[in-house]
Write a protein that binds this ligand. Structure first.
Ligand SMILES: Cc1cc2nc3c(=O)[nH]c(=O)nc-3n(C[C@H](O)[C@H](O)[C@H](O)COP(=O)(O)OP(=O)(O)OC[C@H]3O[C@@H](n4cnc5c(N)ncnc54)[C@H](O)[C@@H]3O)c2cc1C
Length: 542
């Protein structure tokens, strides 16, 4: 059907391949969904399908189903060959809702999200050295500021449980050794699991991160530093001085670092960092046989096991079951599976705690540390730490110190957030965009109708369609009904209900909101639009 989408020749498009490229005589061909139009100062979410043709080229081996690209070349309308009686390609495409195509040479697109595991040996060695420097920095902080955080050196074990995993383990062992980190095969692992092969890396560490960060904060204040708490940054002006607007006033400074897990607002890095949720449980064991080292299996999604002393009690912490944020419908199931896995293999006395949290995985596996894309002067960022934030945050501290103090730059090019060059015209897009789609402004919905329609159990949340409009509804145990516009205030994706956490989570860039729509975690910095629900009788009185 023609006209199903609004794709025209705009400044740039962000598209996702919806199939693996297929080889043709002179090109590779793949259909792609169009996700965003980047135009002047704004980023408009859109829908539609186009056909991409790629000139045959060696770099195409990295393109696959799910690869996200920015393309700057204008689209062409699909036309027929003009041969009378020939195959009506235009009509055929129209029936699939496709009206446009584009032929791309290598410099006419940029790959955003294909994971390139191969950084090469030299860079792998640099990363290993940065990680070693970071661990040394943690040890030195603990010694220097006498931080009591249960720091213990530990060995890390990775174990394979079938032939396929064994092959992968061999590759990991070789790559680890190539990077200058010693990894060896071992006959025993510290957890009661059957395995076919296992490797051990020494010189790892475990500590209580909250006690450590608290110790650092105290040391910082003792040296005259000031930490302002409960202070939400809502906007930043990047001029000769950087001005940060917050809920407690405006702060002015020479330089600003976003150490906010993911930078707020809209930035190129949101397209390069994928949000994941990860689950953990802490249990006590009847036999008191807690592992002293760290263990990881190789299933997908993986599990890890370690022990931690907290206030005189030892706990086994088991974690994993990672999935992309808002891509798992029943998040309670993730906890139940995690618990079942622990109960099956350990003599569990009690399940004491369970929690889930978020992390951001970068497109190529390395964090982004340095100048925030689009802000080459005074604004910096440290993000995309994946599951290695303890170490990479220290790599960030070392790298940003290098940059800010104009020291010899050991790591800044390796972790440079601009390491894939932004496409032309993209800097316009990354301007802060607080333009929320105001679909419900000045509208109200009747309490009685919505109640009947939703039929929610206490504690339940759901997106419902009412009067052709989607509404995110949550019913509190008190009976109170909360209604929000389920469109993320960040880049306008539809949020999904997270059963376990009772939050609205955005599947695109990981923003999270409380059931009443208030922001819990960025990149969103504006709440979900509230929807007014009034009783019909109440309205009649007015
Ligand atoms: C279950 C789980 C297990 C993990 N295990 C490990 C592990 O074993 N080892 C490891 O190294 N890593 C691990 N990680 C990863 C690690 O926890 C994260 O990478 C790390 O916490 C990220 O640190 P951060 O300082 O970047 O962000 P955060 O710790 O999220 O801190 C960001 C801070 O910025 C504040 N903030 C955000 N927006 C604003 C704003 N607009 N204004 C003001 N303040 C703002 C937030 O309130 C917060 O205090 C794990 C992660 C998960 C989810």
């Amino acid at each position: 059907m023609p006209g199903r989408h609004n794709i025209k020749n705009e400044n740039a498009l962000i598209v996702t391949l919806i199939e693996n490229p297929v080889e043709k005589t002179k090109s590779y061909k793949a259909n792609a969904s169009v996700d965003y139009i980047l135009q002047n100062d704004s980023c408009i979410k859109t829908k539609g399908t186009i056909i991409l043709y790629f000139k045959k080229d060696s770099s195409l081996s990295t393109l696959e189903y799910g690869s996200q690209l920015i393309i700057t070349k204008p689209l062409q309308e699909i036309k027929n060959s003009g041969n009378p009686g020939g195959f009506d390609y235009k009509r055929y495409s129209l029936f699939q809702g496709i009206t446009h195509q584009v032929y791309l040479k290598q410099d006419e697109f940029e790959i955003l999200s294909t994971i390139n595991k191969n950084f090469g040996k030299e860079k792998a060695i640099q990363v290993a050295n940065a990680v070693k420097d970071a661990i040394d920095q943690i040890k030195s902080n603990i010694d220097r500021y006498k931080i009591d955080c249960g720091f213990l050196e530990a060995d890390a074990y990775l174990f394979a449980q079938d032939e396929h995993q064994e092959k992968e383990l061999q590759e990991i062992l070789e790559a680890t050794n190539d990077a200058g980190v010693k990894a060896v095969y071992t006959d025993c692992i510290p957890v009661p699991f059957p395995f076919v092969k296992a490797m051990k890396v020494s010189g790892q560490a475990k500590f209580n991160p909250l006690q450590y960060v608290h110790g650092l904060a105290v040391a910082f204040e003792n040296k005259g530093g000031v930490i302002v708490q409960n202070c939400m940054v809502t906007g930043v002006e990047d001029n000769e001085w950087v001005e940060a607007e917050t809920n407690t006033g405006t702060f002015k400074g020479k330089e600003l670092i976003y150490a906010t897990h993911i930078p707020p607002g809209i930035n190129l890095l949101h397209l390069r960092c994928v949000p994941y949720r990860s689950y953990a449980v802490a249990v006590t064991l009847r036999n008191n046989e807690y592992p002293t080292d760290l263990a990881y299996d190789m299933v997908d999604p993986y599990h890890y096991y370690r022990a931690q002393d907290v206030n005189g009690t030892t706990y086994l912490i088991a974690g994993g079951k990672d999935h992309k944020t808002a891509h798992e419908e029943n998040t309670d199931k993730s906890f139940l599976e995690m618990e079942a896995q622990v109960l099956k293999h350990f003599p569990v006395e009690n399940i004491e705690y369970r929690w889930s949290s978020q992390y951001f995985e970068s497109a190529d596996g390395l964090p982004y540390i340095g100048h925030l894309p689009g802000h080459p002067q005074h604004i910096y960022v440290a993000t995309g730490f994946g599951g290695n934030g303890m170490v990479y945050s220290h790599v960030a501290a070392l790298t940003l110190r290098e940059i800010l103090l104009n020291q010899e730059q050991k790591y800044s090019s390796l972790f440079n957030p601009n390491r894939i060059k932004p496409v032309a015209g993209f800097t316009n897009f990354i301007k802060h965009n607080a333009d929320v789609a105001k679909q419900f402004a000045n509208k109200w919905f009747s309490h009685e109708e919505i109640h009947e329609l939703a039929d929610l159990a206490p504690g339940e949340g759901r997106v419902v369609i009412f009067n052709k409009q989607k509404i995110g509804l949550f019913k509190h145990e008190t009976g109170a009904l909360y209604a929000v516009n389920p469109i993320c205030s960040h880049m306008k994706c539809e949020v999904k209900w997270n059963v376990a956490e009772r939050t609205w989570d955005c599947p695109c860039h990981g923003a999270r909101y409380s059931y009443d729509g208030s922001v819990i975690t960025g990149p969103a910095d504006h709440e979900l639009e509230q929807i007014a629900i009034k009783s019909l009788q109440e309205e009649e009185k007015h």
